[in-house]
Design a protein around this ligand. Structure first.
Ligand code: LLP
Length: 431
């Protein structure tokens, strides 16, 4: 199986986190997002334990809430002792509602408005990761107005290509995020940041991309960033106390994807950082990473019910389900691959189908060319694996479809983390 929390019983029924998938579909209805709570916790601990081993107390992994943002997730990652990366007041509000401590929130984003900045300063969010000089100016004014000194990291674009989907590449020079090193603008950015008495500049941030498998991307980041840290020390006498190298480790969606050994990778990054700090005469900075996908992706599964099966002789076969690009837009957006399984039985004969959604456009394909039983029919349950990251969080109400619920699975049973939207919810904002 693509993930070891997915099994098939002897009678052919698919299980996820030890629970029968068809039984969950009956209990909660479909489309349905399932989340394996133990897996989320395990994935957090991989980062927490390896960070502790490498850096003692001088490191913290931040869960990137953009991958999955709702109160129960923030409760779980808080219980595990993670910090979080938030990209909007919506994410911050959700985390605060879940009791997440504001001082472990790092506020990201390239488009923070004056109102966003005011909200986050008012709620005493621990750290801003400042993307651009305009934000710096506005934040400095707001912090001064509220009589506080705001802790900040500065987002730098190191000029590294992670070789992932183009839309997920963020570390090359020509992107909308951060301030580039190559052009000299980053140096000016830090210089300017240091001039504001209402800001305490603790360090630097970079993020290279997402769904990254390349071996050495993070070591390359460390090389570039420590080089820049040395320059800051030399030019401004500035000591970088925190270094955040972002998120991005890739996860397995299909059998041909590699399995990344995250502890081994982190140990190598830590080793490189320590070596470079020593070589350059720098104090070892507090170390941060921002994993999103690798915390929640393999904790998720989406379950659908088949509405129709179209076999067009000489052309294609389609399985149409009760979900769509509205609950999983990732194939439409990125050509993302998924493993798709029949949840009710192990077939003797397979056919190849496009798994299509119910939206009114031909492009609404959840996954092309998947192998499903030859006799797949209306009422069958279909599971799309590894949907814990960037599925619920990117879901929309396109075609006025109600978003599915998120059900959390535990050893004891299951509980609703997010209830199903109703058609009344869909009109809740209409006047
Ligand atoms: N930090 C920053 C600044 C980021 O921009 C991201 C992801 C992360 C951390 C977390 O990266 P992760 O560990 O999850 O790879 N919607 C796309 C993914 C967009 C990623 C955006 N930034 C998808 O569905 O694949």
């Amino acid at each position: 199986m693509i993930s070891d929390n997915i099994r098939r019983r002897a009678d052919g029924v698919l299980t996820f986190a030890g629970h029968s998938v068809p039984a969950l579909a009956e209990q909660y209805g479909t489309p349905l997002y399932l989340m394996d709570e133990a897996r989320i916790r395990r994935n957090c601990r991989i980062y927490l334990d390896t960070f502790r081993e490498c850096f003692g107390t001088q490191a913290l992994p931040l869960f990137a809430g953009k991958a999955a943002s709702y109160k129960q997730i923030y409760r779980i990652v808080n219980e595990e002792g993670m910090g979080i990366d938030a990209v909007s007041v919506g994410e911050i509000h959700t985390a605060l509602q879940a009791g997440f401590p504001a001082d472990r929130i790092f506020f990201h984003g390239d488009g923070k408005t004056d109102a966003d900045i005011r909200y986050a300063v008012t709620h005493r969010v621990g750290y801003f990761i400042v993307d651009n000089p305009e934000e710096l100016q506005q934040l400095a004014e707001e912090a001064a107005l509220q009589g506080i000194v705001q802790k900040v990291l500065l987002r730098i674009t190191p000029g590294i290509d992670p070789h992932t989907y183009k839309a997920l590449t963020t570390g090359i020079v020509d992107v909308k995020f951060g301030v580039p090193l190559e052009t000299g603008q980053a140096l000016a950015f830090v210089h300017r940041a240091l001039s504001y008495p209402s800001l305490s500049v603790l360090g630097l941030h970079c993020h290279i991309g997402s769904q990254v498998f390349d071996e050495s991307v993070f070591e390359d980041s460390v090389d570039v960033m420590t080089g820049f840290m040395a320059k800051l020390k030399e030019d401004f006498g500035f000591e970088t106390k925190m270094l955040n190298v972002g998120g991005g480790y890739g996860v397995r969606y299909v059998d041909t994807d590699k399995q990344i050994d995250i502890p081994a990778r982190i140990r190598r990054v830590a080793g490189r950082l320590k070596a470079r700090a020593e070589e350059l005469g720098l104090a070892l900075p507090f170390f941060l990473m921002e994993p999103g996908r690798s915390i929640v992706a393999d904790a998720g599964m989406t379950v659908y019910t088949v509405s129709s099966v179209k076999r067009i002789p000489g052309y294609k076969y389609y399985v149409v389900v009760d979900g769509s690009m509205a609950d999983n837009p990732r194939y439409c957006l990125y050509g993302a691959q998924y493993t798709v399984l029949h949840a009710d039985r192990e077939p003797e004969l397979y056919a190849v189908y496009d798994l299509a959604g119910r939206c009114c456009e031909s492009g609404d394909i959840i996954q092309p060319a998947v192998k499903l039983p030859e006799d797949t029919r209306r009422g069958d349950h279909i599971a799309v694996c590894t949907t814990g990251a960037y599925n619920y969080s990117m879901a929309s109400n396109y075609n006025r479809l109600a978003r599915p619920p998120v059900v959390m699975l535990t050893a004891e049973g299951s509980y609703l983390a997010v209830r199903r939207e109703t058609i009344e919810d869909l009109c809740a904002l209409d006047l």
